[in-house]
Design a protein around this ligand. Structure first.
Ligand code: TRP
Ligand code: SF4
Length: 339
């Protein structure tokens, strides 16, 4: 019999539509893992975690759960190969979070680098005093991973401290209640963070510098036209510096190596107009997005199909979560009436 594949788990907070930064930063890795068949892949939409800093905005979270599912399906996450589910539909996770909260100190959570960075960015939500829920979300994330017996977690660098915290909780649990849980491993995606159209190190909704997977052709054309180019170029025959131009940067992601070479040479020699250069880039981005848009439309027109995908994903995940909870409760002597 074929050995059971290790489970892979990863996910996103549904706080906005996904953009090409997400694509190159994490979605592409997930697709590769799905196609490799090496693991049994699970993807969760972390609505409970999204509420930890959007608690007063439930409509936003609800709306984006739908957007994120459509984003996944449109890029080729295949529900026959990858189990997709919504975090809040697995209440065992919440129960497990409570059990784990005894194994983590407040000081340790306050020291978590990911939490620290996020808190600094969320002054408008929390001011000087953070909620118990937000400070504790790494505990909730540890429950996400372990409740499905996740073995590998592909994440970006910013998420590594959360995986480390999960591993600590697992070790502590096992040392107190006996070997019960698996310590997950992070797989660091080797893709880099994609800069925004304005040259900002980060692409993001709040920065208004993102190209979304669901953008229309017109939106892409308009955004590319506004991208930051080499400020030294005023006239077409001025010699350019593609290394400081965002259009050249994106050509690297969306154009063929020959095109990239040609863009760079012509720009440096002052033989290329920026408008034409942008049009060529917009065309290539639209070629990349065309099949994604088509797939999205297919699923948008079939809401009952999307609902079924989620229902099946949830049912499958729930079975695993129930099994894990039985083991955990037994270890913690909470298995009443089960002698
Ligand atoms: N923290 C992740 C993010 O902000 C989302 C997430 C929630 C997650 N639970 C997870 C990622 C479990 C990996 C594994 O994007
Ligand atoms: Fe950028 Fe292209 Fe203009 Fe050169 S020609 S500055 S690469 S937009």
């Amino acid at each position: 019999m074929e050995a059971k594949k290790k489970r892979m788990l990863t996910g996103d907070r549904p706080t906005g539509r996904l953009h090409i930064g997400h694509y190159f930063g994490s979605l592409k890795t997930r697709l590769a893992i799905q196609e490799s068949g090496e693991y049994d892949p699970y993807i969760l939409i972390a609505d409970v975690q999204a509420l930890t800093d959007n608690f007063s905005n439930p409509e936003k979270v609800r709306k984006n759960v739908r957007e994120v599912i459509l984003d996944y399906l449109s890029i080729g996450i295949d529900p026959k190969k990858t189990t997709i589910y919504i975090q809040s539909m697995i209440p065992e996770t919440a129960e497990l979070t409570v059990f784990y909260s005894n194994l983590v100190t407040i000081a340790r959570l306050e020291r978590n680098p990911t939490v620290k960075t996020e808190l600094a960015q969320k002054r408008e939500v929390f001011g000087e005093s953070v909620t118990y829920g937000f400070l504790g979300y790494p505990v909730n994330q540890a429950a996400d991973i372990t409740v499905v017996d996740g073995a590998v977690v592909p994440v970006g660098e910013d998420q590594l401290p959360l995986i480390e915290q999960c591993r600590e909780i697992v070790r502590k649990f096992n040392s107190i209640y006996g070997e019960t849980l698996r310590e997950p491993e992070a797989i660091l995606s080797n893709t880099k963070r994609i800069k925004g159209l304005d040259g900002n190190e980060k692409m993001g909704k709040s920065l208004g510098n993102a190209i979304y997977l669901a953008d229309t052709e017109e939106e892409v054309n308009k955004k590319v036209m506004s991208a930051v180019t080499d400020p030294a170029r005023i006239k077409k025959d001025d010699q350019g510096h593609p290394d400081v131009c965002m259009v050249a940067y994106y050509h690297n992601l969306f154009s063929t190596p020959e095109e990239v070479q040609c863009v760079c040479e012509e720009c440096k020699e002052g033989k290329r107009g920026c408008v034409a250069c942008k049009k060529q880039l917009a065309k290539n981005i639209n070629t990349f997005l065309a099949p994604i848009r088509e797939k999205r439309k297919y699923y948008e027109e079939r809401p009952e199909l999307v609902e079924n995908i989620l229902k099946e994903g949830t049912e499958k995940t729930k079975k695993t979560a129930e099994e894990t909870m039985r083991k955990i409760k037994k270890a913690m002597k909470l298995n009443y009436f089960e002698n």
